[in-house]
Design a protein. Structure first.
Length: 311
């Protein structure tokens, strides 16, 4: 378990239970918990944390049975050896910090925090790829080896899971962001092994008892994009899902490579930041891709809306 920067050891477990309870009560409202964290970190001294926390529990109408339920959830989290981190803690994804209340105030994770990767590449796409797409996803992952980057994805069946399997096969660091709570997720043994080896991190920004929901999947896609400096989108079939990752990257003036935009999300053709994923990654068609990835890998401190001159 991890300490947050504004809690004492004695009050930490109570605060985590309170955080789980308020997220359950508000339907995983990040803004509500961010507000609580802000009040505690700014107004409470170390000596008054317990008193302040007791007041907030009553103020937000958290009942004893809700805290008891949260405590039971936390015991299951600890038993399964998941860790907890709050916004701004040292083991929280640093790429998310600049987005404030758009980022989760509390995360549950397995694996060593991967905060030393200079280039994250989002790889997302259809849950039902054909054989040609499966092959291209694997070849794209292999192509990325030389850029010493990390891969961030959503862990869904199809393109996401294929990218994870291929990356781990080549010891490429992976961050998997879940659209559900950890009590409703069963990681594959290879992923668990990779978390123990320090090359994979699984993150859930939801309360552990949260089942999959469309709204959580949508918010998860934003976190995938927030982690990334470039996107690889395979067979986006509609304006939801993986297309939202592309849209977020566009808004930050970052490049996106897309496979089959004409057949599926055809409107991706009209962004100046969209490039086709070369179907043959062994010839001169990769020149633009290599230049973009090289420039991005050389600009680890690049901020949004400041895309380097790529070509």
């Amino acid at each position: 378990m991890n300490f947050c920067p504004f809690q004492t050891e004695n009050s930490l477990m109570t605060f985590i239970c309170f955080a789980i309870a308020i997220l359950n009560k508000t339907g995983n409202s990040w803004k509500s918990l961010h507000s609580v964290i802000s009040k505690i970190s700014e107004n409470a001294s170390k000596s008054s944390l317990d008193k302040e926390l007791s007041f907030l529990i009553k103020y937000h109408g958290i009942q004893d049975d809700e805290l008891w339920h949260a405590e039971n959830i936390l015991e299951r989290v600890k038993a399964d050896r998941w860790q907890v981190s709050f916004y701004s803690a040292s083991d929280y994804p640093e790429e998310w910090l600049q987005y404030g209340e758009k980022s989760p105030p509390l995360i549950f994770f397995k694996g060593t925090p991967l905060n030393n990767i200079s280039l994250w590449c989002a790889i997302v796409g259809t849950t039902q790829p054909d054989f040609a797409t499966i092959d291209l996803v694997r070849k794209t992952v292999e192509f990325l080896i030389e850029f010493k980057c990390g891969i961030v994805t959503g862990g869904a069946p199809g393109v996401d899971s294929i990218a994870v399997e291929s990356a781990l096969l080549h010891n490429i660091p992976v961050r998997v962001i879940l659209p559900m709570g950890i009590l409703h997720y069963t990681p594959h043994n290879s992923i668990l092994k990779a978390t123990e080896q320090g090359i994979c991190q699984i993150i859930s920004p939801w309360t552990p008892n949260s089942r999959w929901s469309k709204s959580q999947a949508v918010r998860r896609n934003s976190l995938i994009a927030f982690s990334s400096s470039v996107g690889f989108i395979f067979n986006p079939s509609h304006e939801g899902g993986s297309y939202r990752v592309a849209k977020n990257l566009f808004s930050r003036e970052l490049p996106v490579f897309v496979h089959m935009p004409d057949k599926y999300a055809w409107h991706l053709r009209y962004s100046k930041l969209v490039y086709p994923i070369p179907t043959d990654l062994n010839n001169a068609n990769t020149e633009v891709l290599k230049k973009i990835l090289f420039k991005l890998s050389q600009s680890p401190n690049k901020t949004d809306n400041c895309l380097p001159e790529l070509l």
